[in-house]
Write a protein that binds this ligand. Sequence first.
Ligand SMILES: CC(C)(COP(=O)(O)OP(=O)(O)OC[C@H]1O[C@@H](n2cnc3c(N)ncnc32)[C@H](O)[C@@H]1OP(=O)(O)O)[C@@H](O)C(=O)NCCC(=O)NCCS
Length: 219
Amino acid sequence: MRLEELHPPFGLRIRSGDLEMHPVRMDDIPVLLDLIATGVVSADIPGYPLAGPFALGDDTMARRRSSLRFWWQSWVDATPERWAFPMTVLRGGVVVGVQDILARDFPTIRSAETGSWLGVQHQGKGTGKLMRQVMCTFAFDHLGARELHSGAFHDNHRSLGVSRAVGYEFNGRRLMLRGNGEASEEVLVRLTPDRLVRPEVPVEVDGLGPFLDFLGLAD
Ligand SMILES: CC(C)(COP(=O)(O)OP(=O)(O)OC[C@H]1O[C@@H](n2cnc3c(N)ncnc32)[C@H](O)[C@@H]1OP(=O)(O)O)[C@@H](O)C(=O)NCCC(=O)NCCS
């Protein structure tokens, strides 16, 4: 028996042109851990602009352990009521980073949140925008999302630039702990299907049926 028959997220594959993403698999993990070790925060951004596992500042071992726990947890804990799918992103066949999507009570609420990172060497080449466009298109067209949320610290201009370019609207502010140990203002953004700026190349999905069934979203 193949693993994806028991755990359908392992059979999901989303593509647009030379970009592919799929829920993180065991084989991806060593490369993703190497990317984290090499760096995720570019030198032009002052102080770590990230929350979550990356709020651990310079301690790359702790950041890698924290990401590992999150990826493993995503395999164990996914239910229709609560799921998180960190997806390995490849560009031209090369692993470049992770695009996450998370939700609670999605079959009823149809609202989800996204987050993402790229290895520093893969930033600033349009991949961050494309992977978010692909994920949002997948969430609206294939999962039936009604809204998508995201956010970034006020001085994370690249991340906010991606949100603007993909069609998100300003949706408030809140204080969050960032990786340099300080409280900092996060800018919240929200996207609805009518505002989505789609990728130029259409999104293709493999393994959708069993994935929808697994999440209680099949008709
Ligand atoms: C945020 C991140 C995923 C963006 O990906 P990227 O590949 O570097 O960004 P892109 O090259 O796709 O740029 C996307 C858009 O932002 C704009 N942009 C880039 N840098 C910018 C800047 N300094 N100021 C304003 N806009 C900027 C680009 O012009 C582009 O928009 P456009 O297509 O309309 O011109 C990536 O930089 C990253 O991993 N950063 C570190 C981790 C992180 O901060 N994650 C987000 C946490 S909330």
